[in-house]
Design a protein around this ligand. Sequence first.
Ligand code: GDP
Length: 367
Amino acid sequence: MTEAPKCIGCGSIIQTEKVGEIGYAPISSLEKEEIICQRCFRLKNYNELQPVSLTDDDFLRILNGLGTQKGLIVKIVDIFDFNGSWLPGLHRFVGNNPILLIANKADLLPKSVKKNKVINWMKHEAKKLGLSPIDVLFVSAHKGTGMPEAIEAIEHYRKGENVYVVGCTNVGKSTFINRIIKNVTGEDAVITTSHFPGTTLDMIEIPLDDKKALYDTPGIINHHQMAHYLDQSELKYIMPKKEIKPKVFQLNSEQTLFFGGLSRFDFIKGKRSAFTCHIANDVPIHRTKLENADNLYKEHKGKLLAPPSEEFIDLFPPLVRHEFKIKDPKTDIVFSGLGWITVQHGDVIVAAHAPAGVEVSIRPSLI
Ligand code: GDP
């Protein structure tokens, strides 16, 4: 029996079925004597990282590996999907290593959002999830804002040790690392790949000044991300490239808003009030009476209420209802991976419906 071919770059077993996953190479490459996976190919030829996703087993192996290394852990989260981009259990595995939390995609936040409120909220959420980061920063890897500060903070907190960058797929980890490659290393820096300790997984190694390195660990799939329930072609609706423009709705009680067919918000009880929606600009918002809402969804999901479109609606999880009694004015209802609604007045009862598995939470308004 012949052995399965391995990538000459990272050593992972070559597969030709799953684009974007570890070891992927196009079928044509199998004819070559030396096979290189698509990820290493791009790295070698364009100095560019490609996001690679992982299975749950690999994820556990990586987490285990992190605890055995000494160094700074840089955890990247998507500011619009804090819960969806969380790595469950990370705090149990990292040992005594410090964690620097970096929230990416800050360019999507409306200008009215207060930076210190975002940071306080992230610290609070991290603590709730069992993690005490040494610092919290936010950046736009896409635009480059906050990147010099992030690089400085990494240098400061690593205290001469290695750096391990971790994150779920889609948080912008590759964009972040590509920025670092451009900013930190010169043109002729030697970027290599090496195995993650104790595994056969490859990680990108970017040399730092003092013989230490910054490692990009493979992106991990978090199945709770709304993004995983949508087809690639529909992701652009919920992953905006531009700053969110808040939309204000004056609602009476017993009115409902639908965000495409992705989620739903019911104003159940309270005085007529303003609700400010911070949702990707391309997601259509549809207002209706609460009493008609169930039927409307049943009849029109995938059509009037889209995305997801009819083609993909059967794969989309059912919506689950979360009810909140809100006392304080200016409270956000956060739909992880989609956005949030600011409830402007207190003393109301509302319900948020999100796909099963997608987190809904509340927080004091960021504005
Ligand atoms: P990875 O899977 O974590 O490596 O993520 P990628 O770097 O491939 O990015 C995932 C998606 O988020 C892509 O569509 C990026 O264009 C987008 N993205 C990454 N960084 C930012 C950012 O700072 N702002 C915005 N708006 N989008 C970003």
